[in-house]
Design a protein around this ligand. Structure first.
Ligand code: NAP
Length: 530
Protein backbone atom coordinates (compact mmCIF):
# COMPACT_ATOMS: atom_id res chain seq x y z
CA UNK A 1 0.00 0.00 0.00
CA UNK A 2 1.28 3.49 -0.84
CA UNK A 3 0.60 6.66 1.13
CA UNK A 4 -0.47 9.33 -1.33
CA UNK A 5 2.31 11.68 -2.44
CA UNK A 6 5.24 10.05 -0.65
CA UNK A 7 8.38 10.61 -2.75
CA UNK A 8 10.86 8.28 -1.02
CA UNK A 9 13.43 11.10 -1.21
CA UNK A 10 15.48 13.14 1.24
CA UNK A 11 14.29 16.62 2.09
CA UNK A 12 17.36 18.87 2.06
CA UNK A 13 16.95 22.58 2.66
CA UNK A 14 13.33 22.57 1.52
CA UNK A 15 13.92 20.50 -1.65
CA UNK A 16 13.26 16.83 -2.29
CA UNK A 17 16.30 15.11 -3.74
CA UNK A 18 17.80 11.66 -4.26
CA UNK A 19 17.39 8.89 -6.79
CA UNK A 20 17.04 5.12 -6.71
CA UNK A 21 14.95 3.76 -3.86
CA UNK A 22 16.90 1.18 -1.83
CA UNK A 23 14.79 0.29 1.21
CA UNK A 24 11.16 0.21 2.27
CA UNK A 25 9.14 0.57 5.41
CA UNK A 26 7.64 -2.70 6.61
CA UNK A 27 4.28 -3.30 8.30
CA UNK A 28 5.41 -5.13 11.48
CA UNK A 29 1.96 -6.69 11.94
CA UNK A 30 1.95 -8.45 8.57
CA UNK A 31 5.58 -8.32 7.45
CA UNK A 32 4.43 -6.69 4.18
CA UNK A 33 6.83 -4.24 2.52
CA UNK A 34 5.29 -0.79 2.02
CA UNK A 35 5.57 1.54 -0.97
CA UNK A 36 7.49 3.57 -1.97
CA UNK A 37 11.17 2.60 -1.82
CA UNK A 38 13.35 5.17 -0.04
CA UNK A 39 16.71 6.62 -1.09
CA UNK A 40 19.91 5.97 0.82
CA UNK A 41 21.86 9.10 1.84
CA UNK A 42 25.53 9.23 0.90
CA UNK A 43 28.40 11.67 1.38
CA UNK A 44 27.05 14.27 -1.05
CA UNK A 45 23.67 14.51 0.75
CA UNK A 46 25.41 14.69 4.14
CA UNK A 47 27.74 17.47 2.92
CA UNK A 48 24.93 19.42 1.31
CA UNK A 49 22.66 19.24 4.37
CA UNK A 50 25.41 20.38 6.74
CA UNK A 51 26.71 23.15 4.50
CA UNK A 52 23.20 24.59 4.23
CA UNK A 53 22.72 24.18 8.00
CA UNK A 54 25.96 26.00 8.73
CA UNK A 55 24.93 28.96 6.55
CA UNK A 56 21.50 29.03 8.15
CA UNK A 57 23.06 29.04 11.63
CA UNK A 58 24.67 32.45 11.08
CA UNK A 59 21.39 33.87 9.80
CA UNK A 60 19.37 32.42 12.70
CA UNK A 61 21.50 34.33 15.24
CA UNK A 62 20.06 37.60 13.86
CA UNK A 63 16.41 36.55 13.54
CA UNK A 64 13.90 38.05 16.03
CA UNK A 65 12.85 35.49 18.61
CA UNK A 66 9.20 36.00 17.65
CA UNK A 67 9.96 34.42 14.26
CA UNK A 68 11.46 31.33 15.90
CA UNK A 69 8.45 31.03 18.19
CA UNK A 70 6.08 31.48 15.24
CA UNK A 71 7.91 28.69 13.37
CA UNK A 72 7.42 26.30 16.28
CA UNK A 73 3.74 27.19 16.49
CA UNK A 74 3.36 26.61 12.74
CA UNK A 75 4.99 23.19 13.14
CA UNK A 76 2.44 22.33 15.82
CA UNK A 77 -0.44 23.50 13.61
CA UNK A 78 0.97 21.61 10.60
CA UNK A 79 1.25 18.38 12.58
CA UNK A 80 -2.37 18.72 13.63
CA UNK A 81 -3.53 19.62 10.10
CA UNK A 82 -1.72 16.63 8.58
CA UNK A 83 -2.41 14.43 11.62
CA UNK A 84 -4.70 11.91 9.92
CA UNK A 85 -2.20 11.06 7.16
CA UNK A 86 0.76 11.02 9.55
CA UNK A 87 -1.01 8.74 12.02
CA UNK A 88 -2.21 6.39 9.27
CA UNK A 89 1.31 5.94 7.91
CA UNK A 90 2.88 5.68 11.39
CA UNK A 91 0.34 2.98 12.27
CA UNK A 92 1.29 1.01 9.12
CA UNK A 93 5.03 1.34 9.78
CA UNK A 94 5.08 0.68 13.54
CA UNK A 95 1.93 -1.33 14.37
CA UNK A 96 1.41 1.08 17.28
CA UNK A 97 -2.33 1.50 17.95
CA UNK A 98 -3.99 4.51 16.33
CA UNK A 99 -5.19 5.82 19.71
CA UNK A 100 -1.65 5.76 21.08
CA UNK A 101 -0.38 7.56 17.95
CA UNK A 102 -3.11 10.19 18.30
CA UNK A 103 -1.96 11.01 21.79
CA UNK A 104 1.68 10.94 20.68
CA UNK A 105 0.89 13.44 17.91
CA UNK A 106 -0.86 15.68 20.44
CA UNK A 107 2.20 15.45 22.71
CA UNK A 108 4.50 16.29 19.76
CA UNK A 109 2.45 19.36 18.81
CA UNK A 110 2.28 20.31 22.52
CA UNK A 111 6.07 20.08 22.81
CA UNK A 112 6.52 22.39 19.81
CA UNK A 113 4.18 24.95 21.43
CA UNK A 114 5.97 24.62 24.78
CA UNK A 115 9.31 25.39 23.12
CA UNK A 116 7.69 28.30 21.25
CA UNK A 117 6.67 29.75 24.63
CA UNK A 118 10.14 29.07 26.01
CA UNK A 119 11.80 30.85 23.08
CA UNK A 120 9.40 33.79 23.32
CA UNK A 121 9.88 34.08 27.10
CA UNK A 122 13.66 34.10 26.67
CA UNK A 123 14.60 33.76 30.36
CA UNK A 124 15.90 30.23 29.69
CA UNK A 125 19.05 31.91 28.29
CA UNK A 126 20.05 32.85 31.88
CA UNK A 127 21.64 36.19 31.11
CA UNK A 128 24.19 37.25 33.73
CA UNK A 129 25.44 40.81 33.90
CA UNK A 130 28.19 42.29 36.04
CA UNK A 131 28.56 46.00 35.48
CA UNK A 132 31.98 47.60 35.26
CA UNK A 133 33.44 49.28 38.34
CA UNK A 134 36.06 51.55 36.79
CA UNK A 135 36.95 53.08 40.14
CA UNK A 136 37.47 49.78 41.99
CA UNK A 137 40.80 49.52 43.86
CA UNK A 138 43.33 48.13 43.45
CA UNK A 139 42.10 47.14 39.95
CA UNK A 140 39.06 48.32 37.98
CA UNK A 141 36.40 45.67 37.33
CA UNK A 142 35.52 45.22 33.64
CA UNK A 143 31.95 44.93 32.31
CA UNK A 144 31.26 41.18 31.94
CA UNK A 145 28.09 39.61 30.54
CA UNK A 146 27.26 35.99 29.72
CA UNK A 147 24.33 34.34 27.98
CA UNK A 148 23.55 30.88 26.58
CA UNK A 149 23.79 30.77 22.77
CA UNK A 150 23.21 28.02 20.19
CA UNK A 151 26.16 25.73 19.41
CA UNK A 152 25.62 25.26 15.64
CA UNK A 153 24.10 22.53 13.45
CA UNK A 154 22.58 19.66 15.46
CA UNK A 155 22.26 16.11 14.11
CA UNK A 156 19.20 14.22 15.41
CA UNK A 157 18.74 10.42 15.36
CA UNK A 158 15.04 9.74 15.89
CA UNK A 159 13.86 6.84 18.04
CA UNK A 160 12.01 3.87 16.61
CA UNK A 161 9.71 3.59 19.64
CA UNK A 162 8.34 7.16 19.48
CA UNK A 163 7.90 7.77 15.74
CA UNK A 164 6.47 11.25 16.41
CA UNK A 165 7.43 12.59 19.87
CA UNK A 166 11.12 11.51 19.66
CA UNK A 167 11.60 11.57 15.92
CA UNK A 168 11.68 14.14 13.09
CA UNK A 169 9.68 16.85 14.92
CA UNK A 170 10.30 15.54 18.44
CA UNK A 171 11.84 17.31 21.43
CA UNK A 172 15.35 17.03 19.98
CA UNK A 173 14.39 19.05 16.91
CA UNK A 174 12.11 21.66 18.47
CA UNK A 175 14.52 22.27 21.36
CA UNK A 176 17.33 22.85 18.85
CA UNK A 177 15.19 25.30 16.84
CA UNK A 178 14.30 27.16 20.05
CA UNK A 179 18.06 27.51 20.66
CA UNK A 180 18.40 28.93 17.09
CA UNK A 181 20.23 25.83 15.90
CA UNK A 182 19.61 24.25 12.48
CA UNK A 183 18.82 20.52 12.46
CA UNK A 184 19.75 17.61 10.22
CA UNK A 185 17.64 14.55 11.05
CA UNK A 186 18.71 11.04 10.19
CA UNK A 187 15.32 9.43 9.64
CA UNK A 188 14.74 6.11 11.41
CA UNK A 189 14.56 3.38 8.74
CA UNK A 190 11.73 1.66 10.63
CA UNK A 191 9.32 4.54 9.81
CA UNK A 192 10.66 6.33 6.70
CA UNK A 193 7.24 7.35 5.34
CA UNK A 194 6.28 8.93 8.66
CA UNK A 195 9.64 10.75 8.62
CA UNK A 196 8.92 12.16 5.16
CA UNK A 197 5.41 13.35 6.05
CA UNK A 198 6.62 15.10 9.21
CA UNK A 199 9.67 16.57 7.45
CA UNK A 200 7.31 18.13 4.91
CA UNK A 201 5.33 19.80 7.70
CA UNK A 202 8.56 21.33 9.06
CA UNK A 203 9.81 22.50 5.64
CA UNK A 204 6.45 24.13 4.91
CA UNK A 205 6.42 25.86 8.31
CA UNK A 206 9.96 27.20 7.71
CA UNK A 207 8.90 28.53 4.32
CA UNK A 208 5.78 30.23 5.72
CA UNK A 209 7.78 31.71 8.62
CA UNK A 210 10.23 33.27 6.15
CA UNK A 211 13.20 31.46 7.68
CA UNK A 212 16.12 29.93 5.74
CA UNK A 213 15.16 26.51 4.29
CA UNK A 214 18.68 25.23 5.05
CA UNK A 215 17.87 25.24 8.78
CA UNK A 216 16.26 21.79 8.36
CA UNK A 217 17.07 18.65 6.40
CA UNK A 218 15.95 15.05 6.76
CA UNK A 219 18.05 12.29 5.25
CA UNK A 220 16.75 8.78 4.70
CA UNK A 221 19.18 5.93 5.38
CA UNK A 222 18.99 2.28 6.37
CA UNK A 223 22.63 1.64 7.28
CA UNK A 224 25.23 3.02 9.68
CA UNK A 225 27.37 4.89 7.11
CA UNK A 226 25.16 7.98 6.75
CA UNK A 227 24.72 8.35 10.53
CA UNK A 228 28.46 8.07 11.14
CA UNK A 229 29.17 10.54 8.32
CA UNK A 230 26.79 13.03 9.96
CA UNK A 231 28.51 12.63 13.34
CA UNK A 232 31.97 12.91 11.79
CA UNK A 233 31.15 15.93 9.64
CA UNK A 234 33.27 18.92 10.73
CA UNK A 235 30.25 21.28 10.64
CA UNK A 236 28.19 19.19 13.10
CA UNK A 237 28.24 20.80 16.55
CA UNK A 238 26.15 18.36 18.65
CA UNK A 239 24.23 15.08 18.30
CA UNK A 240 21.01 13.84 19.89
CA UNK A 241 20.22 10.11 19.82
CA UNK A 242 17.64 7.75 21.32
CA UNK A 243 18.02 4.01 20.79
CA UNK A 244 20.23 1.09 21.73
CA UNK A 245 23.27 1.15 23.98
CA UNK A 246 25.36 -0.24 21.10
CA UNK A 247 24.19 2.47 18.68
CA UNK A 248 24.49 5.35 21.14
CA UNK A 249 27.91 4.20 22.32
CA UNK A 250 29.19 3.79 18.72
CA UNK A 251 28.16 7.36 17.89
CA UNK A 252 29.55 8.69 21.19
CA UNK A 253 32.91 6.99 20.53
CA UNK A 254 32.98 8.26 16.93
CA UNK A 255 32.32 11.83 18.14
CA UNK A 256 35.04 11.57 20.79
CA UNK A 257 37.54 10.32 18.17
CA UNK A 258 36.97 13.31 15.84
CA UNK A 259 39.87 15.78 15.55
CA UNK A 260 37.43 18.19 17.22
CA UNK A 261 35.25 16.10 19.57
CA UNK A 262 31.60 17.13 19.94
CA UNK A 263 28.94 16.19 22.50
CA UNK A 264 26.61 13.23 21.81
CA UNK A 265 23.51 13.30 24.00
CA UNK A 266 22.46 9.67 23.75
CA UNK A 267 19.55 8.16 25.65
CA UNK A 268 20.08 4.41 25.66
CA UNK A 269 19.45 1.37 27.86
CA UNK A 270 17.63 1.54 31.20
CA UNK A 271 16.20 -1.20 33.46
CA UNK A 272 14.07 1.09 35.64
CA UNK A 273 14.01 -1.02 38.81
CA UNK A 274 10.98 -1.06 41.09
CA UNK A 275 11.64 -1.58 44.84
CA UNK A 276 8.62 -2.92 46.69
CA UNK A 277 8.96 -2.49 50.46
CA UNK A 278 7.33 -5.01 52.83
CA UNK A 279 4.49 -2.73 54.01
CA UNK A 280 3.38 -2.01 50.45
CA UNK A 281 3.69 -5.66 49.38
CA UNK A 282 1.57 -6.77 52.34
CA UNK A 283 -1.11 -4.11 51.97
CA UNK A 284 -1.38 -3.65 48.20
CA UNK A 285 -0.02 -6.65 46.27
CA UNK A 286 -2.96 -6.72 43.85
CA UNK A 287 -2.85 -3.00 43.09
CA UNK A 288 0.93 -3.01 42.62
CA UNK A 289 0.73 -6.11 40.41
CA UNK A 290 -1.92 -4.50 38.25
CA UNK A 291 0.04 -1.26 37.80
CA UNK A 292 3.33 -3.06 37.22
CA UNK A 293 1.95 -5.40 34.54
CA UNK A 294 0.22 -2.49 32.81
CA UNK A 295 3.39 -0.38 32.88
CA UNK A 296 5.51 -3.30 31.65
CA UNK A 297 3.21 -3.91 28.69
CA UNK A 298 2.70 -0.27 27.69
CA UNK A 299 3.69 -0.02 24.03
CA UNK A 300 4.61 -3.77 24.09
CA UNK A 301 7.35 -2.93 26.60
CA UNK A 302 9.04 -0.67 24.06
CA UNK A 303 9.38 2.33 26.36
CA UNK A 304 12.76 3.52 27.61
CA UNK A 305 11.14 3.74 31.06
CA UNK A 306 9.66 0.23 30.98
CA UNK A 307 10.25 -1.58 34.33
CA UNK A 308 12.72 -4.41 33.64
CA UNK A 309 13.25 -5.54 37.25
CA UNK A 310 11.40 -5.47 40.55
CA UNK A 311 12.76 -6.34 43.99
CA UNK A 312 10.90 -7.34 47.14
CA UNK A 313 11.71 -9.10 50.42
CA UNK A 314 10.95 -12.84 50.59
CA UNK A 315 7.99 -14.06 52.63
CA UNK A 316 4.25 -14.66 52.23
CA UNK A 317 3.69 -11.19 50.76
CA UNK A 318 6.40 -11.82 48.12
CA UNK A 319 4.61 -15.02 47.07
CA UNK A 320 1.28 -13.19 46.93
CA UNK A 321 2.80 -10.39 44.88
CA UNK A 322 4.47 -12.75 42.39
CA UNK A 323 1.25 -14.76 42.00
CA UNK A 324 -0.74 -11.56 41.40
CA UNK A 325 1.77 -10.36 38.79
CA UNK A 326 1.71 -13.71 36.95
CA UNK A 327 -2.10 -13.86 37.10
CA UNK A 328 -2.41 -10.45 35.46
CA UNK A 329 0.28 -11.14 32.87
CA UNK A 330 -1.62 -14.24 31.77
CA UNK A 331 -4.33 -11.98 30.30
CA UNK A 332 -1.95 -9.96 28.13
CA UNK A 333 -2.20 -11.01 24.48
CA UNK A 334 0.94 -11.16 22.33
CA UNK A 335 1.51 -8.09 20.16
CA UNK A 336 3.66 -6.99 17.23
CA UNK A 337 6.88 -5.15 18.07
CA UNK A 338 8.13 -2.12 16.13
CA UNK A 339 10.27 -4.04 13.69
CA UNK A 340 11.63 -7.53 13.07
CA UNK A 341 15.05 -6.58 14.50
CA UNK A 342 13.41 -5.49 17.75
CA UNK A 343 11.48 -8.78 17.96
CA UNK A 344 14.67 -10.78 17.30
CA UNK A 345 16.51 -8.82 20.03
CA UNK A 346 13.64 -9.51 22.47
CA UNK A 347 13.67 -13.23 21.63
CA UNK A 348 17.45 -13.38 22.14
CA UNK A 349 17.22 -11.42 25.39
CA UNK A 350 14.46 -13.53 26.96
CA UNK A 351 16.15 -16.77 25.82
CA UNK A 352 19.40 -15.61 27.42
CA UNK A 353 17.60 -14.84 30.71
CA UNK A 354 15.85 -18.21 30.72
CA UNK A 355 19.19 -20.00 30.24
CA UNK A 356 20.84 -18.46 33.32
CA UNK A 357 20.92 -21.01 36.17
CA UNK A 358 18.76 -19.68 39.01
CA UNK A 359 16.45 -17.65 36.75
CA UNK A 360 12.99 -19.20 36.40
CA UNK A 361 10.14 -18.34 34.09
CA UNK A 362 7.32 -17.74 36.59
CA UNK A 363 4.63 -16.44 34.27
CA UNK A 364 3.81 -15.50 30.70
CA UNK A 365 1.27 -13.66 28.59
CA UNK A 366 -1.75 -15.28 26.97
CA UNK A 367 -1.24 -17.56 24.00
CA UNK A 368 -2.05 -16.02 20.63
CA UNK A 369 -1.76 -16.60 16.95
CA UNK A 370 1.07 -15.10 14.90
CA UNK A 371 0.32 -11.98 12.84
CA UNK A 372 -0.90 -11.99 9.25
CA UNK A 373 1.81 -13.56 7.08
CA UNK A 374 3.04 -15.57 10.10
CA UNK A 375 4.92 -12.66 11.70
CA UNK A 376 6.16 -13.24 15.23
CA UNK A 377 4.54 -11.47 18.18
CA UNK A 378 6.07 -10.57 21.53
CA UNK A 379 4.64 -12.28 24.58
CA UNK A 380 4.95 -10.92 28.12
CA UNK A 381 7.52 -12.83 30.25
CA UNK A 382 7.77 -12.81 34.07
CA UNK A 383 11.04 -14.23 35.41
CA UNK A 384 12.06 -14.68 39.00
CA UNK A 385 15.47 -15.05 40.68
CA UNK A 386 17.27 -14.64 44.00
CA UNK A 387 18.75 -11.16 44.45
CA UNK A 388 22.05 -12.86 45.40
CA UNK A 389 22.42 -13.71 41.71
CA UNK A 390 22.75 -10.02 40.83
CA UNK A 391 26.28 -9.80 42.22
CA UNK A 392 27.53 -12.82 40.20
CA UNK A 393 25.53 -12.30 36.99
CA UNK A 394 25.72 -8.57 36.25
CA UNK A 395 24.05 -9.18 32.86
CA UNK A 396 20.78 -9.59 34.81
CA UNK A 397 20.83 -5.79 35.16
CA UNK A 398 20.98 -5.23 31.41
CA UNK A 399 17.97 -3.94 29.49
CA UNK A 400 15.92 -6.49 27.54
CA UNK A 401 13.79 -4.20 25.39
CA UNK A 402 10.22 -5.51 25.39
CA UNK A 403 7.56 -6.81 27.83
CA UNK A 404 9.75 -8.87 30.19
CA UNK A 405 10.65 -8.35 33.84
CA UNK A 406 12.67 -10.18 36.50
CA UNK A 407 11.18 -10.21 40.00
CA UNK A 408 14.08 -10.53 42.45
CA UNK A 409 13.56 -12.17 45.82
CA UNK A 410 15.63 -10.42 48.52
CA UNK A 411 16.60 -12.22 51.74
CA UNK A 412 16.03 -9.06 53.79
CA UNK A 413 16.05 -5.28 53.54
CA UNK A 414 19.85 -5.22 53.71
CA UNK A 415 20.03 -7.25 50.51
CA UNK A 416 17.46 -4.96 48.85
CA UNK A 417 19.58 -1.92 49.79
CA UNK A 418 22.68 -3.69 48.47
CA UNK A 419 20.95 -4.34 45.13
CA UNK A 420 20.06 -0.63 44.89
CA UNK A 421 23.70 0.31 45.45
CA UNK A 422 24.83 -2.11 42.70
CA UNK A 423 22.23 -0.96 40.20
CA UNK A 424 23.43 0.29 36.81
CA UNK A 425 22.63 3.86 35.82
CA UNK A 426 18.93 4.13 34.99
CA UNK A 427 16.43 6.70 33.77
CA UNK A 428 14.12 5.91 36.67
CA UNK A 429 13.89 4.00 39.95
CA UNK A 430 10.61 3.43 41.76
CA UNK A 431 9.82 2.77 45.42
CA UNK A 432 6.53 1.32 46.59
CA UNK A 433 6.01 1.64 50.31
CA UNK A 434 4.13 3.33 53.08
CA UNK A 435 5.10 6.89 53.95
CA UNK A 436 6.75 5.72 57.18
CA UNK A 437 8.73 3.04 55.29
CA UNK A 438 9.99 5.69 52.89
CA UNK A 439 11.13 7.87 55.78
CA UNK A 440 12.72 4.88 57.52
CA UNK A 441 14.68 3.82 54.43
CA UNK A 442 16.43 7.08 53.61
CA UNK A 443 19.52 5.01 52.74
CA UNK A 444 17.62 3.40 49.86
CA UNK A 445 16.59 6.80 48.52
CA UNK A 446 20.18 8.05 48.81
CA UNK A 447 21.46 4.96 46.91
CA UNK A 448 18.91 5.57 44.15
CA UNK A 449 19.81 9.28 43.94
CA UNK A 450 23.25 8.11 42.77
CA UNK A 451 21.91 5.66 40.18
CA UNK A 452 18.74 7.14 38.64
CA UNK A 453 17.59 10.37 36.99
CA UNK A 454 13.99 10.27 38.29
CA UNK A 455 12.81 8.57 41.50
CA UNK A 456 9.11 7.77 41.80
CA UNK A 457 7.15 6.98 44.94
CA UNK A 458 4.10 4.71 44.65
CA UNK A 459 3.86 5.23 40.90
CA UNK A 460 5.01 3.51 37.71
CA UNK A 461 7.81 4.74 35.48
CA UNK A 462 6.17 4.72 32.04
CA UNK A 463 4.37 7.87 30.89
CA UNK A 464 6.23 11.18 30.89
CA UNK A 465 4.97 14.67 31.58
CA UNK A 466 7.14 16.89 29.36
CA UNK A 467 7.35 19.96 31.61
CA UNK A 468 10.00 22.27 33.07
CA UNK A 469 10.65 20.15 36.16
CA UNK A 470 10.97 16.79 34.38
CA UNK A 471 14.40 15.18 34.19
CA UNK A 472 14.51 12.36 31.65
CA UNK A 473 18.11 11.27 31.84
CA UNK A 474 20.37 9.32 34.17
CA UNK A 475 23.87 7.96 34.75
CA UNK A 476 25.50 5.78 32.05
CA UNK A 477 24.34 3.54 30.41
CA UNK A 478 20.95 5.31 30.60
CA UNK A 479 22.56 8.29 28.87
CA UNK A 480 26.00 9.53 27.88
CA UNK A 481 25.65 12.64 30.08
CA UNK A 482 23.59 12.46 33.25
CA UNK A 483 23.38 16.25 33.61
CA UNK A 484 21.00 16.64 30.66
CA UNK A 485 17.38 15.72 29.97
CA UNK A 486 16.05 14.70 26.55
CA UNK A 487 12.40 15.51 27.41
CA UNK A 488 11.01 18.68 28.97
CA UNK A 489 12.05 22.29 28.45
CA UNK A 490 15.52 21.84 30.01
CA UNK A 491 16.34 19.74 26.90
CA UNK A 492 17.31 23.06 25.27
CA UNK A 493 20.53 23.19 27.33
CA UNK A 494 22.03 20.33 25.26
CA UNK A 495 22.38 22.69 22.31
CA UNK A 496 23.73 25.85 23.90
CA UNK A 497 26.86 27.02 25.60
CA UNK A 498 27.64 30.14 27.59
CA UNK A 499 29.31 32.94 25.63
CA UNK A 500 30.89 35.75 27.64
CA UNK A 501 31.18 39.32 26.36
CA UNK A 502 33.65 41.62 28.06
CA UNK A 503 33.82 45.39 27.55
CA UNK A 504 31.29 45.40 24.69
CA UNK A 505 29.38 48.59 23.84
CA UNK A 506 25.66 48.12 24.55
CA UNK A 507 24.35 48.10 20.92
CA UNK A 508 26.89 45.42 19.95
CA UNK A 509 25.70 42.99 22.66
CA UNK A 510 23.16 40.20 22.10
CA UNK A 511 19.70 41.52 22.85
CA UNK A 512 19.45 39.51 26.11
CA UNK A 513 22.45 41.35 27.56
CA UNK A 514 21.63 44.95 26.62
CA UNK A 515 20.70 47.63 29.17
CA UNK A 516 17.13 47.88 27.94
CA UNK A 517 15.18 44.73 28.74
CA UNK A 518 11.93 45.13 26.79
CA UNK A 519 11.09 41.38 27.07
CA UNK A 520 11.51 41.63 30.86
CA UNK A 521 13.87 38.66 30.92
CA UNK A 522 14.86 37.41 34.34
CA UNK A 523 18.57 38.15 34.58
CA UNK A 524 21.27 37.93 37.24
CA UNK A 525 22.42 41.53 37.48
CA UNK A 526 25.32 42.27 39.83
CA UNK A 527 24.49 39.09 41.76
CA UNK A 528 20.77 39.77 42.05
CA UNK A 529 18.11 37.84 40.13
CA UNK A 530 15.76 40.50 38.71
P1 NAP B 1 19.18 1.44 17.22
O1 NAP B 1 19.58 0.15 16.63
O2 NAP B 1 20.06 1.98 18.27
O3 NAP B 1 19.08 2.48 16.02
C1 NAP B 1 18.76 3.85 16.24
C2 NAP B 1 19.38 4.70 15.14
O4 NAP B 1 20.78 4.73 15.30
C3 NAP B 1 19.12 4.18 13.75
O5 NAP B 1 18.92 5.29 12.91
C4 NAP B 1 20.39 3.45 13.40
O6 NAP B 1 20.70 3.51 12.05
C5 NAP B 1 21.45 4.24 14.16
N1 NAP B 1 22.55 3.39 14.57
C6 NAP B 1 22.47 2.31 15.38
N2 NAP B 1 23.70 1.79 15.59
C7 NAP B 1 24.55 2.57 14.90
C8 NAP B 1 25.96 2.53 14.70
N3 NAP B 1 26.71 1.59 15.26
N4 NAP B 1 26.51 3.47 13.91
C9 NAP B 1 25.74 4.40 13.32
N5 NAP B 1 24.41 4.49 13.45
C10 NAP B 1 23.82 3.59 14.23
O7 NAP B 1 17.72 1.42 17.81
P2 NAP B 1 16.36 0.80 17.25
O8 NAP B 1 16.48 0.39 15.82
O9 NAP B 1 15.35 1.79 17.57
O10 NAP B 1 16.08 -0.46 18.15
C11 NAP B 1 17.04 -1.45 18.41
C12 NAP B 1 17.24 -1.62 19.89
O11 NAP B 1 17.45 -0.34 20.51
C13 NAP B 1 16.07 -2.17 20.65
O12 NAP B 1 15.99 -3.55 20.61
C14 NAP B 1 16.31 -1.63 22.04
O13 NAP B 1 17.18 -2.46 22.74
C15 NAP B 1 16.96 -0.32 21.85
N6 NAP B 1 16.10 0.88 22.02
C16 NAP B 1 16.15 1.54 23.19
C17 NAP B 1 15.39 2.68 23.38
C18 NAP B 1 15.44 3.45 24.65
O14 NAP B 1 14.74 4.43 24.74
N7 NAP B 1 16.24 3.07 25.62
C19 NAP B 1 14.56 3.14 22.36
C20 NAP B 1 14.53 2.45 21.15
C21 NAP B 1 15.33 1.33 21.01
P3 NAP B 1 20.23 2.38 11.00
O15 NAP B 1 19.10 1.67 11.60
O16 NAP B 1 19.94 3.17 9.77
O17 NAP B 1 21.34 1.48 10.78
Amino acid sequence: MQTKNLTGKHLIGGKFCGTGGRFRGVDPASGAALEPAFCEAGTSEVNKALELADKAFDFLQTVPVTKIAALLERIAQGLEAEGAAIIARAHQETALPVERLRSELARTAGQARTFAALARGGSWAQARIDHALPGRKPLPKPDIRTVFMGVGPVVVFGASNFPLAISVAGTDTVAAFAARCPVVVKGHPAHPGTCELVARVIAKAIDRAGLPPGMFSMLQASGYEAGLALVNHPLTAAVAFTGSLQGGRALFDAAAARPEPIPVYAEMGSVNPVFILPGAAAAGADKIAEGLVRSLNTGVGQFCTSPGMALAVDGPSFKKLLAAICARAAYIPPAAMLHAGMQAAYDRGTKRLASIPGVKLAGAGAAGAPGAGGTKMASCRIFTADAALLSVRPELSEEVFGPSIIIFRCRDMAQLHDAARRMRGSLTATIHGTKSELLKHGGLVRALQRRAGRILFNGFPTGLEPCASLHHGGPYPATTHSFFTSVGTAAIYRYVRPVCFQGFPDPALPEELRAANPRRLRRLVDGELI
